[in-house]
Design a protein around this ligand. Structure first.
Ligand SMILES: Cc1ncc(COP(=O)(O)O)c(C=O)c1O
Length: 440
């Protein structure tokens, strides 16, 4: 059982005085150090990590030794190369290797420092490449919180309230099979949503000839870990190509083998025109990537740049991690498949046993568990979820929420089978308690 002492409560008290409010979970977690599957707080409490620290530590808490060594070596050489103004060997070497991970024909890499910046760059590139101004994004999506990408984000009102207006962005519903707004009488799930875009958005709101890009998360993350039907993605690719609209794939959370493939979109058998990545790419060091098709060409010099893109500490981390994943690609892919299948089986068994688990969905080790008040009403189990997150925490498992009442199951992809099992045991106990508290 985790013990919360004065050291922890004191930091939280001081934080509230001097740090601007951000998101913050309700459990009192003050991490101090960690390695592999485990993280320790400042009072020495030990936790299994099922959050990958918001999808960053895909290959273990605090990166692996190889990445840490590469960072240390680079720090003593040169940290900031002013790469958008000068040239640099390491960023070029890294980009040459990186583009080999993408479908053929991808060869232009833009460096930034975060997911939101990678998406801002993609929005700007799409506008300048197509000379069109509109962007179509989806409900429940999360693309970041700076004003351009926030305009696309439509996951929770609190994230947008008072920050608008947002220019030239339209939204369409994203397939949410568990809570589908359509009744499927006329179309199968997936096609309803395409029909909505073609017959409502394109005909009543904005001409497709004015749309520069459609932004998607292949599996929605922050919005609730929602997996769309394959047909929706393949048809979306078809209609975007038909109208000369670029398809921009936000892989910030789903990419880098989280679903078992380097690109989550590859699970759907289509490719995008621009990809964005961040989070796990630098294994704990901030880096954002925007990767576009060669055939789109280049943007004019001076049109877009930044100060820290291509920072050598960040690129040394990303480069060492890329070397690690390329060397271990087959092992990683097999591991994610096997561990994901085990977790899905356990979670589906829990769904059969407990009334408050409404849905279990995911690909690989990107799994969402939706908590409801009861299976029949499907009413979001907001309090029940809070109980599960807190109870798990106090029993040594770190979890994160997603959407209105879902929980992310996203351990490091390298999680040992034993720790995956132990973490799921802690989770099941918490679900069991929340389920029986409800029955009382
Ligand atoms: C899919 C997706 N895109 C973009 C972002 C924004 O990334 P960042 O927080 O690094 O700006 C996030 C963050 O959660 C994300 O999940």
């Amino acid at each position: 059982m985790i013990k919360i002492d004065r050291k922890i409560t004191d930091i939280i008290k001081r934080d509230r005085k001097v740090i601007m409010t951000t998101t913050r979970e309700s459990y009192p977690f003050v991490p101090d150090h960690g390695d592999g599957d485990f993280i320790y707080d400042i009072s020495g409490n030990k936790f299994i990590d099922f959050s990958s620290f918001i999808s960053v530590y895909n290959f273990g808490v605090n990166a692996n030794k190889e990445v840490r060594e590469a960072i240390k070596k680079q720090v003593d050489k040169l940290m900031h190369p002013a790469f958008t103004d000068y040239y640099g060997e390491l960023p070029v070497k890294f980009a040459e290797k990186l583009v080999k991970m993408f479908p053929s024909g991808f060869g232009k890499v833009f460096f930034s420092n975060s997911g939101t910046e990678a998406n801002e760059a993609a929005m700007k590139f799409a506008r300048i490449f197509t000379k069109r101004t509109y962007i179509l994004a989806f409900y429940n999506s999360f693309h970041g919180r700076t004003l351009g990408s926030l305009g696309m984000t439509a996951s929770k009102v609190v994230q947008r309230e008072y920050f608008g207006p947002f220019a030239n962005i339209v939204h369409a519903p994203f397939p949410y099979p568990y809570r589908c707004p359509f009744d499927h009488e006329q179309f199968e799930c997936g096609m309803d949503y395409i029909n909505f875009i073609e017959n409502y958005i394109f005909r009543k709101e904005v001409s497709p000839e004015e749309i520069a890009a459609v932004f998607i998360e292949p599996v929605q993350g922050e919005g609730g870990y929602i997996v769309p039907p394959k047909k929706f993605i393949t048809e979306l690719r078809k209609i975007t190509s038909e109208h000369g609209i670029l398809l921009i794939d936000d892989e910030v959370q789903a990419g880098n083998f989280r679903t078992g493939k380097f690109l989550a979109l590859d699970n759907f058998g289509v490719s995008a025109d621009i990809y964005t990545m961040a989070k796990s790419v630098g294994a704990g060091i901030p880096i954002g990537l925007t990767v576009s098709r060669n055939s789109l060409g280049s943007i004019p010099a001076g049109a877009h740049a930044n100060t820290f893109g291509g920072n050598l500490v960040a690129v040394s981390a990303a480069n060492a991690l890329l070397d690690y994943v390329t060397r271990n690609k087959t092992r990683i892919e097999r591991g994610v498949k096997a561990k994901g299948a085990y977790a899905m089986k356990r979670l589906n068994e829990m769904k059969d046993k407990y009334e408050i688990i409404g849905d279990v969905r995911g690909i690989g080790l990107m799994i969402g568990v939706e908590i409801v008040k009861d299976k029949k009403s499907k009413a979001p189990g907001i309090k029940e979820r809070e109980k599960i997150l807190n109870d798990s925490f106090y029993n040594g498992l770190v979890l994160l929420p997603a959407g209105e009442s879902s929980i992310r199951i996203i351990p490091p992809l390298t999680v040992a089978d034993e720790n995956l099992r132990k973490g799921l045991d802690i989770f099941e106990n918490a679900v069991k308690k929340a389920n029986s508290d409800k029955a009382v």
